[in-house]
Design a protein around this ligand. Structure first.
Ligand SMILES: Cc1cc2nc3c(=O)[nH]c(=O)nc-3n(C[C@H](O)[C@H](O)[C@H](O)COP(=O)(O)OP(=O)(O)OC[C@H]3O[C@@H](n4cnc5c(N)ncnc54)[C@H](O)[C@@H]3O)c2cc1C
Length: 388
């Protein structure tokens, strides 16, 4: 029976980062995914500055033209109202997950992870520390890192369900026709294009990725919202629509159980304002591998989860702070105030961009926003925070 320090389930950004980091630290790793790569993953493919820093730290990877297109201009809308634009913001990068994830996987395999992609999982035995594959092979592990996405079968096996229906997000996306973009072509964000959500148009060389996402429970009509959004943009109406859940700001307080660590979407690590998940996936995957290494060096695999829970606390705190701010952008009663303030304030727009670039984190943004808020909006926010 092949025996590994770590079996990692899922070879998306979280799983490959965990594998890469674990190999760098000298652990033996099996990387399992039901898909053969390259594979499709529904995603806007916006890579923030924060994410680029993690790619550099963990994969030693730079932003290069073969995988990324850099954009520096943004335009913002709320419903039909323009909230203005921003030129020359810190660079953001667009990629296609088909190529990006395949590239990360190749790096993790080149670093020595054993390749179990294209293998379906038959059974997980958390007591015996084994993963049975559909081809009859059984892998044993000291620690399991589950990076198996938002619908994580591992989280389901551990907790009965992978996510809560109340907090889960849902997004629809299409690949529309390319519009011959240049570096100056703006990325477009439409706040409130869905209820408690937003729309995006990411102009790429070979297509324009257009999507709409928001809280699932509040958007039973997401398809018609997307149709209206595409009609407004005047493009992509005939393209094939695909949908996927995203854990919109609802991280698991303890990201795992026993000798199982959950990373990335499986741990619920997506920012509920910006929708950023790739950066947190890479970061959490690497943190899981580091916690595993420390625990195994101490000869006590059960230490990994407490270490990992502590290490990922800043990510969960940032997501919690984003949830506190979220009503300001998405709650209907506050939208006129948000539209006025955001449209009038270049500083606020720049703050939003610095948040994406990783130059600002939520605590600073929260402080600055609180200073600008009228008392009624503050009261609304604190009431929403208690029920949010
Ligand atoms: C429409 C949409 C747009 C988005 N846009 C952006 C964006 O622009 N920028 C951004 O930062 N984030 C974005 N996100 C979020 C981002 O896609 C995720 O946060 C990110 O992919 C999480 O990475 P992950 O490795 O945790 O999971 P995934 O990328 O989902 O990878 C999970 C892997 O697990 C595998 N798997 C699943 N089940 C099993 C199983 N039983 N056995 C073995 N393997 C299994 C899957 O095949 C998959 O390869 C978007 C999400 C959606 C839905």
């Amino acid at each position: 029976m092949p025996d590994f320090d770590l079996v990692i389930l899922g070879a998306g950004p979280a799983g490959t980062a965990a594998a890469m980091q674990a190999r760098t630290l000298g652990l033996s790793v099996a990387l399992v995914d039901k898909a053969l790569f390259p594979r499709q993953k529904l995603c806007g493919g916006l890579v923030t500055g924060r994410c680029a820093a993690h790619l550099s730290d963990i994969f030693g990877m730079q932003i290069t033209a073969d995988l990324f297109e850099t954009r520096r201009n943004f335009e913002f809308y709320l419903k039909d109202q323009s909230l203005g634009d921003l030129q020359d913001v810190p660079p953001l990068h667009l990629t296609m997950r088909w190529d990006f994830d395949h590239h990360l996987l190749k790096q993790a395999l080149a670093a020595g992870a054993a390749d179990y992609t294209g293998h379906r999982i038959e059974a997980l035995d958390f007591k015996a520390n084994t993963v049975a594959l559909a081809n009859g092979e059984t892998l044993t592990y000291k620690l399991l890192i589950a990076a198996d996405g938002v619908q994580s079968p591992t989280a389901k096996a551990l907790f009965g369900k992978p996510f809560s229906q109340h907090t889960i997000g849902f997004a629809l996306e299409i690949e529309g026709p390319a519009q011959a973009p240049t570096e100056a072509t703006p990325i477009r964000i439409d706040f409130a294009a869905a209820d408690w959500g937003y729309g995006w148009s990411f102009p790429k060389k070979h297509s324009t990725t257009i999507g709409l996402g928001g809280l699932h429970a509040r958007n039973p009509e997401m398809k018609s919202h997307l149709a209206a959004y595409l009609a407004k943009l005047g493009t992509g109406e005939d393209a094939k629509v695909k949908g996927h859940f995203l854990p919109f700001g609802a991280p698991k307080p303890t990201p795992g159980k026993g000798t199982v660590l959950l990373a990335g979407d499986a741990a619920g690590l997506v920012d509920p304002i910006t929708g950023e998940g790739i950066g947190h996936a890479i970061h959490s995957g690497a943190l899981a591998a580091r916690a595993a290494k420390t625990a195994l060096d101490q000869g006590d695999a059960s230490r990994a989860l407490p270490l990992y829970t502590t290490a990922t606390k800043p990510i969960r705190r940032a997501i919690a702070q984003a949830r506190m701010l979220r009503p300001l952008i998405f709650a209907r009663p506050l939208q006129p105030f948000f539209a006025r303030t955001f449209a009038a304030s270049t500083t606020l727009k720049r703050d939003y961009m610095h948040l994406l670039s990783g130059d600002t984190e939520y605590p600073a943004l929260l402080r600055r926003t609180a200073l600008r808020l009228p008392r009624a909006a503050l009261r609304y926010l604190s009431a929403a925070a208690s029920g949010n």
